[in-house]
Design a protein around this ligand. Sequence first.
Ligand SMILES: Nc1ncnc2c1ncn2[C@@H]1O[C@H](COP(=O)(O)OP(=O)(O)OP(=O)(O)O)[C@@H](O)[C@H]1O
Length: 259
Amino acid sequence: MLSWLRRETTADLPRDPKEDEPVAGQSDAIRGVSQNKPLLTVRGVERAFDVGGSKLRVLKGIDLELYPNQLIMLRGRSGSGKTTLMNLMGGLDTPTAGEIVFQDRPFHKWGDDKRTEVRRKDIGFIFQAYALMPLLSAYENVELSLRMAKVPRGEWKSRVTSCLELVGLGKRMHHRPFELSGGEQQRVAIAKAIAHRPSLLLADEPTAELDSQMAAQVMQVFKEIVATQNVTICMTTHDPTILEVADHVYEMVDGVFVS
Ligand SMILES: Nc1ncnc2c1ncn2[C@@H]1O[C@H](COP(=O)(O)OP(=O)(O)OP(=O)(O)O)[C@@H](O)[C@H]1O
């Protein structure tokens, strides 16, 4: 387990000159982004599922805070509850008990429509399988996510280009997924997930399908994004070799964090 390495300030970090541009008319103040207060708070969260007439208690009292510009990892055995927690943090699901507050917005009290609206604008997702459209080029895949987030069309070209350059694919923009390696496809998925400038990026086992060299490239991209894009990344992993780049590692055992 690594020590807590929360960054007190990000003011000195290199920045994308465009990072202060509002997304679809939103300012950071409206998005609730402040360096000193949590971006996301999880308090006393429990999640149980009805299985065959009985309750399966998967999360048994989780507390966690994510601050702006952090790289946070959740580790734990298969079945310990990591994905269940990520789904709650991303507003894809609601807890059985406890609170989830994202930028002052109480996900635990909100219905799906309101959570979906927040998700589209302020949260990005990356999955183990890259979830790219197979017939679209890298460029078109990233552009699609801007269209879905209702980002004005005039911003698409520069944003798509800068995101693909950020992940090291400036020379592969017009390749389709099958013309790219696994690591490159995952980097397209990252570009796609950050294109609409989310403040939180949730990545479920993003390196699981990659060899160690490609996994290291993806982690390098994550570090770069956290340093330059005003985003917090929370990812799950089984891979002990990549834990050292995290600002903090939470270890989950059977639905609770152990330190
Ligand atoms: N919708 C559901 N209905 C019933 N049980 C579920 C549901 N979702 C998850 N579970 C159960 O909750 C437990 C935790 O699952 P979860 O996917 O959160 O684990 P995980 O730590 O992410 O595992 P992995 O590392 O294998 O992805 C598992 O036993 C799973 O079967």
